[in-house]
Design a protein around this ligand. Structure first.
Ligand SMILES: Cc1cc2nc3c(=O)[nH]c(=O)nc-3n(C[C@H](O)[C@H](O)[C@H](O)COP(=O)(O)OP(=O)(O)OC[C@H]3O[C@@H](n4cnc5c(N)ncnc54)[C@H](O)[C@@H]3O)c2cc1C
Length: 603
């Protein structure tokens, strides 16, 4: 009697989006070739194809969404499907001890819509200081005042109480709304956080520090992905926009003499094709695959390329730097509530009928994978200004146990024995509880990504080197303490909140609740929130750590840009989906500005 069983009972699992991909014409030429139909790629494809004189082709390695992607509560299950590339890190020496072979799961969307089709739908832009920092470090044109219009451009906000906020727009393609389903946990946490001194705020508004209910990229309680927002509404109307799904690009074609990108080679239905670009090739393949494709095309670190026999066309530090937002699963709070934790059996057929047949957006199915509230918190040891949060507290109704170990455990590569010891007792007792995930916004650990060999179908090697800088652990520890303080407030006591004190396997030798206990727990229950950035870092061409310039052009190569989260130079005070949409919007304007200005020169 699981959610998915019920969906099958209603015969809905077969409701698949109708999407016919034409047969590619070998050597066909388009003005713009966009590689990757993710958050940034779909946005860019929409905006560039607004010009009817330009032909745009979007090549996506995955397929299209089905009904499961639309149901927000299923977010945790999607990592176990073919719409996830399914990457894992190399075994970590200092993190992910609770994962099989110490390998952290690194999911990524492989589907039209990209990671926006499998993510948790949290809509979060970041802090003014993030973008001002990008600009100050050499990314001219990317200060907060210069990027805010692009966040607003894509947004269609339906947020109660923020109807007149200058930080929200109500006419963009991407729906951002309140989650209709809220539990007692969420109300107690928002109130409790205020009692603990965190002001109520709009974390996408003037001041980020404080607590809020989450804002979600959903529409009427259903996932609103990049595909839904930017492609579906226009794909039948624009004859100048061609889209190929199940089209995996193998490399960018770059003339080694002139260093001009002129096309791509890709695989579709086991056949290899070439498409040529009149104007530009644009990589929007995400933080793992854009750097992979650059390296496969001879653009990257000479040591790696020489070692695997790829001739170097342009030496650049592709993949040499990677940041990510690591989090800790917990603390977990037990409560005296009833019926608030979502276990599969608590989703009723009535919920499903209301969701599907009556468009009801207030059922459990509209909960975005259980995420309810966010608190943006300053920690006592902070070295940053008071308006720049250090850690985030993310509340989840239930936690690892609330899908009976079927989704999150598998998606997170969590060890079965750890699940059985720590979470199975909660599952079997149907214990009411909620989890606070603690995320470090400004990690200092720097990872790296490189290639095994020249096979484009093989995964890149990804070593995030989580917690190689000890300070990252201390930030999470301070975040855990902030969550515990909120747990002690009257609002939280009113729902009977108390810490779940079963020791984390491997940490039994430490006194539960001591700093060393939590440090051990952090290394064991390390859980990335999948915000990898900087693998094709943006900045001034004189900055030897960067790969693209502020126009997103690859240094030293003509007619080639990267437009996705891989260009983000520093980890933002945000989850990275909203920034990906912003990057797509801004890139479209940069490209349009340049080619439209050159129109008469090209004639
Ligand atoms: C499980 C999970 C949960 C998350 N939750 C949130 C959240 O709640 N809120 C938030 O803000 N962020 C979240 N994120 C992060 C966020 O969704 C991503 O950072 C963002 O969507 C990335 O956008 P992108 O355009 O850079 O890349 P993607 O959206 O990943 O797009 C890249 C696209 O390129 C395609 N591609 C790759 N290689 C090739 C190739 N060789 N040929 C053709 N196509 C190719 C991929 O299939 C994919 O469709 C989450 C991430 C994950 C994995």
């Amino acid at each position: 009697n699981t959610i998915l069983d019920n969906i099958f009972q209603l015969g809905l699992a077969n409701v698949i989006e109708q999407f016919n991909t034409p047969t590619p014409q070998h050597n066909a030429a388009y003005d713009f070739i966009i590689v990757g139909g993710g958050a940034a790629g779909c946005t860019l494809a929409n905006r560039l194809s607004e010009n009817p004189n330009w032909s745009v082709v979007l090549l996506e390695a995955g397929g299209v969404e089905n009904i499961a992607h639309r149901i927000p509560i299923t977010a945790g299950f999607l990592q176990g499907t073919h719409s996830n590339w399914g990457y894992k890190s190399v075994p970590q020496k200092l993190a992910c001890f609770g994962m099989n072979n110490n390998e952290c799961a690194l999911p990524r969307g492989k589907i039209l819509g990209g990671t926006s089709s499998i993510n948790y739908m949290i809509y979060n832009r970041g802090n003014r200081r993030d973008y001002d920092g990008w600009a100050a470090a050499g990314s001219k044109g990317w200060s907060y005042d210069e990027v805010l219009p692009y966040f607003l451009k894509s947004e269609n906000a339906q947020l109660s109480g923020l109807e007149w906020s200058p930080y929200h727009n109500h006419s963009g393609p991407l729906n951002v709304e309140d989650v209709g389903y809220r539990t007692q946990f969420s109300h107690a946490f928002v109130l409790g956080a205020q009692q603990a001194g965190h002001p109520h705020t709009d974390y996408n508004g003037e001041s980020q520090v404080g607590v809020s209910y989450v804002q979600a990229t959903t529409q009427n309680g259903r996932r609103h992905s990049a595909y839904r927002a930017f492609i579906r509404p226009v794909r039948r109307l624009r004859r100048n926009l061609s889209i190929f799904t199940f089209a995996q690009v193998l490399r960018v074609l770059v003339d080694p003499q002139t260093k001009v990108a002129y096309g791509v080679e890709f695989l579709h239905q086991k056949k290899q094709y070439i498409f040529k670009a009149h104007k530009e090739v644009i990589l929007s393949a995400g933080a793992f695959n854009s750097p992979q494709l650059l390296m496969l095309s001879g653009i990257g670190p000479a040591d790696n390329l020489n070692a695997i026999g790829i001739p170097v066309i342009q030496e650049l530090p592709v993949g040499k730097r990677m940041y990510d937002h690591m989090s800790h699963i917990g603390p977990v709070f037990l409560t005296n509530t009833t019926g608030q934790t979502t276990y599969p059996t608590s989703i009723t057929l009535s919920d499903i009928k209301r969701f599907f047949l009556f468009g009801d957006r207030n059922t459990r199915l509209s909960s975005i994978g259980g995420v309810e509230c966010l608190a943006f918190v300053k920690i006592p040891s902070s070295q940053r200004p008071p308006d720049w949060p250090d850690v985030e507290l993310i509340t989840v109704l239930g936690g690892m146990a609330s899908d009976d170990g079927t989704g999150l455990k598998e998606g997170g590569n969590i060890r079965q024995d750890l699940y059985d010891q720590l979470y199975l007792p909660l599952q079997l007792a149907r214990q009411e509880h909620f989890t606070v995930l603690i995320m470090d916004f400004h990690p200092r650990s720097v990872g790296r990504l490189w290639l095994h060999n020249r096979d484009p179908l093989r995964w890149p090697i990804i070593d995030p080197k989580y917690f190689s800088n000890e300070e990252d652990i201390e930030h999470l520890l301070e975040g855990i303490k902030a969550a515990i303080r909120i747990g002690e407030t009257p609002a939280m006591k009113s729902i009977g909140a108390r810490l779940y004190d079963k020791p984390v396997p491997g940490c039994e030798n430490y006194l539960f609740g001591s700093d060393d206990y939590w440090r051990c727990s952090i290394r064991t229950l390390s859980y990335t929130l999948h915000h990898q950035v900087a693998t094709c870092r943006m900045g001034s061409p004189t900055d030897k750590t960067t790969v693209v310039d502020p126009q997103l052009k690859v240094h030293g190569i003509r007619k080639l840009r990267v437009v996705d989260t891989s260009i983000i130079p520093f980890p933002p005070t945000a989850h990275t989906n909203a920034p990906a949409f912003m990057i797509g919007e801004k890139a479209a304007d940069l490209i349009r500005g340049e080619w439209e200005a050159n129109f008469w020169l090209q004639k």
